[in-house]
Design a protein around this ligand. Structure first.
Ligand code: RIB
Length: 301
């Protein structure tokens, strides 16, 4: 990998999506509309976003020795991603069951399968890439021990380590000092900081609490409102584009992939956030995860 390269380590899923009028409540059956199947997984979505938006990207994940795994690798190769570091597992490939309602909100259940088998030994085997990348982008759909080990190796080698802490789960405090850029949404930030986040003032307070734990900078994604950049001084708010959303799946993933591309090009965090905001505004206007991720030429920035 080149020192400008973006290494994404994370999940690869096959998404099975049904659009429905309203998301089911516990015990309820709702009749949905059209069923679609496509490539997903937070790691894969972020890698594909970074690749389509102009990054030099390598993606490391673990898939099963099954048709879903074969199809996913073939798809990543078609995208132009470097797939030479992908591992295979005896476990089935990851699958996500997704419902999307008429307000574009979703509800996702993931059967992690092979994603949960990305071991610390696999991360050790990837040491060369971790020590040579410019940016390491991580999420939390992989085993935490492996995420921690990857973050530590890349940090010690001088890479910029970016963590999108989704889905939120308990993390060892040690990891925070390896994170240069933390990209949570409001719910995730509340959960990691212990401070309820409802607006810019509470997000700033929670961001400071994370910085006290060792995190470098934060970008708090605030859905259709926008994103808040907390670099230590006064925070900067970048408003979201006003668009008609049909499916918010992978909007956060597009944001993270786009952000890393812009940072790898030397853009400021404000410029990078504007770029990421424009990219995710396009994602929410189409159904599906990787199906909805835009290409660089679609962004006028
Ligand atoms: O962030 C969206 C992704 O979450 C989906 O593609 C699904 O696979 C789950 O991992």
């Amino acid at each position: 990998m080149s020192k400008k390269g973006i290494l994404v380590i994370g999940s690869s899923n096959t998404d099975m999506t049904v659009k429905t009028k309203a998301l089911p409540r516990p015990g309820e059956t709702v009749l949905g509309g059209v069923f679609t199947m496509g490539a997903g997984g937070k790691g894969a979505n972020q890698a594909v976003a970074a690749q389509r938006l102009g990054g030099d990207v390598k993606f490391i994940c673990k898939v099963g020795k099954d048709i879903f795994g074969d199809n996913s690798i073939a798809q990543y190769e078609k995208e132009g991603l470097d797939t030479s570091g992908i591992f295979r597992s005896e476990l089935p490939s990851g699958v996500a069951l997704i419902s999307v309602d008429e307000h574009a909100e979703n509800c996702i259940v993931v059967a992690s399968g092979a994603n949960g088998d990305l071991t610390e030994a696999d991360i050790e085997a990837s040491r060369g890439d971790l020590e040579n990348c410019g940016i390491l982008l991580l999420q939390l759909e992989s085993p935490i021990g492996s995420v921690l080990k990857a973050a530590k190796i890349a940090h010690e080698a001088g890479a910029t380590v970016v963590l999108n802490p989704a889905p939120a789960c308990p993390l060892p405090e040690e990891i925070f000092r390896y994170i240069d850029l933390f990209i949570p949404n409001e719910t995730e930030l509340s959960s990691f900081s212990g401070i309820p986040v409802a607006d810019i003032a509470s997000a700033e307070k929670a961001a400071s609490a994370m910085q006290a734990k060792g995190v470098g900078k934060l970008i708090v994604t605030m859905g259709s409102k926008g994103a808040l950049i907390c670099e230590g001084g006064p925070s900067v708010f970048v408003p979201a584009h006003k668009v008609k959303a049909v499916d918010t799946t992978a909007a956060g993933d597009t944001f993270c992939g786009a952000l890393c591309v812009a940072v790898s090009e030397g853009k400021t965090l404000k410029e990078a956030t504007e770029f990421a905001t424009a990219a995710s505004a396009l994602t929410v206007q189409k159904m599906g995860a990787q199906n909805s991720i835009p290409f660089r030429k679609e962004i006028n920035l």
